[in-house]
Design a protein around this ligand. Structure first.
Ligand SMILES: NC(=O)c1ccc[n+]([C@@H]2O[C@H](COP(=O)([O-])OP(=O)(O)OC[C@H]3O[C@@H](n4cnc5c(N)ncnc54)[C@H](O)[C@@H]3O)[C@@H](O)[C@H]2O)c1
Length: 248
């Protein structure tokens, strides 16, 4: 039987794939057959090595998604290196510093907006040009369940920008669906993507909220694989909640 989630011959940009969820997404898409282009603030050597060791193809470039020229450059790299661009995953994001509204400095509010919202816009705008020209393509935006429910102690800029990402998803989808380009969002709950510095007691308490266990970067990678693949050819403008059974 044919696997309708294979991505052989396709080219995917994944932002923020030097670590965490982005790395999980890049590895899963490479396993599905896609060539990977990583854009990150930091070197992505570990991800590149993991993909290449498994026989996949990947390149990377240092970039800041909140800089429009960097967004142009990562798309240029994909086209120069692989000759096409099929998939953009807007994963790079910022949830630091934690804190409540009254603690949030102007500069931290603005930086979160620049990265989480403007970054998604710049990368999408750059990627849409070749996708529209080709009459084919797909964007997957990594939002968050925090966009719907907020979270105590998490920057309100984070929840607000992740809600903005859902707005961009809907807006883009309307504008490009008839041009053969699909745009969708994923809303993950807690993913153990790095060391959050929690004590075992805190981890155990948080674990109670997740009937299916804590999420891993790979869980989000598998969801992206579906949305990016021919299996989701009739899916655009939608939001996929990946929550480990957490209904809150
Ligand atoms: N971890 C979770 O529980 C969770 C839940 C919901 C949504 N998310 C979202 O998933 C995405 C990835 O989260 P994570 O936990 O893996 O984060 P992370 O901090 O572990 O990794 C983020 C990566 O993005 C890169 N990055 C940050 N800002 C960048 C910029 N301006 N330009 C380019 N690269 C940049 C970082 O260098 C890093 O490699 C984020 O958008 C986050 O908001 C995470």
């Amino acid at each position: 039987m044919t696997d309708s989630t294979r991505l052989d011959g396709q080219v995917a940009i994944v932002t923020g794939a030097a670590q965490g969820i982005g790395r999980g997404i890049a590895v899963v898409l490479a396993e599905a057959g896609a060539s990977i282009v990583i854009g990150d603030l930091q070197p992505a050597d570990a991800t590149l090595e993991e993909i290449r060791a498994a026989g996949g193809s990947a390149v990377s470039r240092i970039m800041d998604t909140s800089v429009a020229a960097d967004a142009e450059a990562i798309v240029e790299l994909a086209l120069a290196e692989f000759g096409r661009l099929d998939i953009l995953v807007n994963n790079a994001g910022l949830d630091e510093p934690p804190g409540n509204a009254w603690d949030l400095a102007d500069a931290d509010w603005q930086r979160t907006i620049d990265v989480n919202l403007s970054g998604v816009f710049y990368c999408s705008r750059s990627a849409l040009r070749p996708m529209i020209e080709a009459g084919h393509g797909c964007i997957v935006n990594i939002s968050s369940r925090a966009s719907e429910i907020g979270a105590k102690g998490v920057s309100p800029a984070y929840s607000a920008t992740k809600a903005g990402v859902r707005g961009l998803t809907k807006a883009f989808s309307h504008q490009v669906a008839d041009k053969g380009v699909r745009v969708n969002a994923i809303l993950p709950s807690l993913i153990i993507s790095r060391d959050f510095g929690w004590t075992p007691e805190v981890l155990m308490e948080r674990r109670k909220d997740y009937p299916l266990g804590f999420g891993t970067p790979r869980d989000i990678g598998e969801a992206v694989r579906y949305l990016a693949s021919p299996a989701a050819r009739w899916v655009s403008g939608t939001e996929l909640r990946v929550t480990g059974g957490n209904q809150r």
